[in-house]
Ligand binder design. Structure first.
Ligand code: NA7
Length: 540
């Protein structure tokens, strides 16, 4: 049998974390290899390429805080779309030469820890095995798609596509697939909103199946010029530092006061300003208590409702898209950033179906039948039904730690981690942008940089101190997990049925999947753990 390959570090995933970790670990002299099922660098951006897919965090936050990258790269828009992000990753690759240490089109099926050799063995779909001292799953939070199981899918004569499987030939043809068709979009999360905005403009007919309205906010997209970016570039280092002071890792923070400290007139003025500034300002650069005080949240919702409903001509449609009674507290589901979403529903070719009143009953050869017996004719059925988010990506792999225990066994009744980047019984495994970290309450580049810096420093410290393995203590894991699940109770998040809490997947445990206390505290905790010689870990 051929001897296994060996690297100091094996990484799964060539997105923001995989690139950043490879770059930093290589500089310290570690041998690193990355495996990714995609054909090139970019992580989720190799799969999120449906019409209208773009990021909801502005640049220069949504990029690597690496000078040789940000000093040379220019974006064309404040919120870039997927083709530009793919080009960006190609530029990053040319500058940092990441690909020389990546195997593309290579799926990993699992990995297991050996107590005897104190190493991980990663297994590829081909059966090949690779040994390493460290195993870093950087698998993102949206790798496992969710498709509800309506009867009759197999009988459908048209095309069915989940947002994450957008056909490659259509991408190269410039979204021809939407043109001149009867399109149905099921789901109005961030993905649904983005697809609807594109489809409403080019499809013959567009029927949107909505269960919960999206409390989406104006993106206020802006074109950017290289000259503008040259002028602002000297400020980037300060902006990157500021992220660590902001709840979501953005270049802004919430006000230092509660909502009811202001008069109604002052509040209205503030709401106007936040709404007009666009993006997430209205959500997390506003009064500090809107995600914990229901009465304050109601005020925010009422303002949003009036602004949004005013953009829709038909009062019945307006009431479905922006109902007078909030479907859930504002901002307890990540708001989508829209550009002309509400206006789509003023067009004669765009129709809205409320699936709470008339649920989807079955799929038939000609389209979708709802509970009122109506057939909605469809040529192209787009499933924007989301993901088994945060923990779902882990279900695609078989990861075995000490004593033959798998992650699936361990998390069957609920997720448990230490610091949102390690799991007791899985020594030398560190992950990024996953469960019990700021993940969904932040943005990818910021969260992954904070975690990756900690991981790199930890691996370096281990090498310097001859520590062969590091495993989270069960008691530390218990405390972290307890705090994750307790702290969410001080917020309004549990009041929404969302993927933040695992509530979008039938049968999935309802729990807090993210660290809700913000980036400043999270990064402080990681710094303290590092400075205090890694408390909560067993060193061997
Ligand atoms: P989301 O946010 O999970 O949205 C999925 C949508 O699909 C949402 O509107 C769901 O309604 C809807 N859905 C799911 N199941 C059904 C059924 N059975 N019937 C009707 N509608 C259904 O996924 P996205 O892809 O939009 O976004 C995921 C995140 O990835 C996003 O926040 C970005 O940050 C990246 P519901 O709201 O549950 O009532």
């Amino acid at each position: 049998m051929a001897p296994s390959k060996y690297y100091d570090v094996v990484i799964i995933g060539a997105g923001f974390s995989g690139v950043y970790l490879t770059y930093q670990l290589r500089k310290l002299g570690f041998s690193v290899h990355v495996y990714d099922r995609a054909p090139s660098l970019g992580g989720t951006w190799r799969f999120s390429r449906y019409p209208g897919a773009r990021v909801d965090s502005p640049v220069p936050i949504y990029e690597f805080a690496i000078p040789e990258i940000y000093n040379e790269w220019n974006w064309s828009e404040r919120y870039p779309c997927w083709p530009e992000i793919q080009e960006y990753f190609e530029f990053v690759d040319r500058k940092l030469e990441i690909s020389k240490d990546v195997s593309y089109n290579t799926a990993v099926t699992g990995a297991s820890w050996s107590d005897n050799t104190q190493t991980w063995t990663t297994t590829l779909a081909s059966g090949e095995q690779i040994d390493s001292q460290f195993f870093l799953p950087c698998i993102g939070f949206a790798a496992k798609k969710f498709i509800p199981d309506w009867p009759g899918f197999e009988s459908f004569k048209g095309t069915v596509v989940h947002s994450t499987d957008w056909p490659a030939d259509d991408v190269s043809k410039g979204m021809d697939i939407l043109k001149g068709k009867k399109v149905a979009v099921i789901g109005t999360g961030s993905t649904g909103v983005q697809i609807i905005q594109e489809s409403g403009q080019v499809s013959d007919e567009l029927t949107v199946f909505q269960r919960t309205p999206n409390l989406c906010l104006p993106m206020q997209q802006k074109k950017l010029t290289p000259e503008q970016q040259d002028a602002e570039r000297p400020e980037y280092p300060e902006i990157y530092k500021f992220r660590y002071k902001s709840f979501g890792g953005f270049p802004w923070t919430s006000f230092e006061r509660d909502l009811f400290e202001d008069t109604p007139e002052e509040r209205e003025k503030q709401f106007d300003a936040m709404y007009e500034r666009g993006g997430f300002h209205f959500w997390i650069a506003s009064y500090r208590d809107i995600l914990s005080n229901k009465a304050a949240n109601d005020e925010v919702y009422n303002y949003w409702q009036k602004r949004s409903a005013a953009r829709v001509n038909d009062p019945e449609v307006a009431e479905l898209l922006a109902p007078k009674v909030a479907p859930h507290p504002f901002g307890t589901k990540r708001p989508s950033l829209e550009q002309n979403y509400f206006e789509q529903f003023n067009k004669p070719n765009v129709h809205l179906v409320n699936v709470n009143k008339t649920p989807i009953e079955k799929i038939v050869p000609e389209g979708i039948v709802t509970a009122d017996g109506k057939l909605h004719e469809v040529d192209l059925l787009i499933l924007a039904t989301g993901f088994d988010a945060v923990t779902g990506s882990w279900k695609l792999l078989s990861i075995t730690g000490k004593n033959g225990i798998t992650i699936a066994d361990k998390w069957a009744a609920g997720t448990s981690t230490y610091l949102g980047l390690s799991v007791a019984g899985f020594p030398n495994m560190f992950y990024t942008y996953g469960p019990q970290a700021p993940t969904a309450f932040s943005n990818g580049p910021t969260c992954t940089q904070i975690q990756s810096d900690f991981i790199v420093e930890t691996i370096r410290t281990m090498r310097e101190n001859n520590i062969r393995s590091l495993d989270a203590e069960s008691s530390a894991e218990l405390d972290w997990t307890k705090d994750i699940n307790e702290s969410i109770k001080d917020t309004l998040f549990p009041l929404a049925k969302s993927w933040y809490m695992g509530a979008n997947i039938p049968g999935k445990p309802i729990e807090s999947l993210n660290f809700v206390k913000g980036i400043p505290l999270y990064s402080q905790i990681l710094n303290d753990v590092h400075d205090q010689s890694l408390p909560g870990f067993i060193k061997a």
